[in-house]
Design a protein around this ligand. Sequence first.
Ligand code: HEM
Length: 126
Amino acid sequence: MDGMILTHIIGWGLGLLLFFFALVLYSEKKVKQATIPHMILRLDYLLILYTGFVLLWRYFDASGSSFTVQAVIKGIAGLIVIVCMEMILVKLKKEKSAKAWWIIFFIALVITLLLGFGILPMGFLP
Ligand code: HEM
């Protein structure tokens, strides 16, 4: 457990929270208010990406790690989660259906959490 993992977890934890706030406000048609959590979320994407890539880099540095493939898949799934959050909010803002993005969001989120907490060795849990 180190600072980079902790910052990564704070990053996506905060991200999910901001996503939820923006989601509720957009669905209540409070577009102006929703812009605030949405903008902070966009900055937070950068934090998630930065910490995610630094963590991923460790797997390439430690060449021969038996988890490199799983870490790459985790990174791709994490990227998809970010893309889905952004697409869902933009669709909602335009009052369009985000159904397909929601399905992808949940699948990618489950894969990300399972690989992150359940399989990959750094950080909490395993
Ligand atoms: C919203 C998006 C994301 C979520 C929900 C997420 C979630 C997680 C979780 C739950 C962990 C495990 C923490 C722990 O074991 O204590 C983790 C670690 C990690 N994440 Fe992410 N992540 C996201 C985005 C990304 C991105 C974009 C990348 C890379 C491009 C990435 C790369 C990694 C790596 C390499 C680890 C270290 C895995 C380990 O060794 O335990 N993540 N993330």
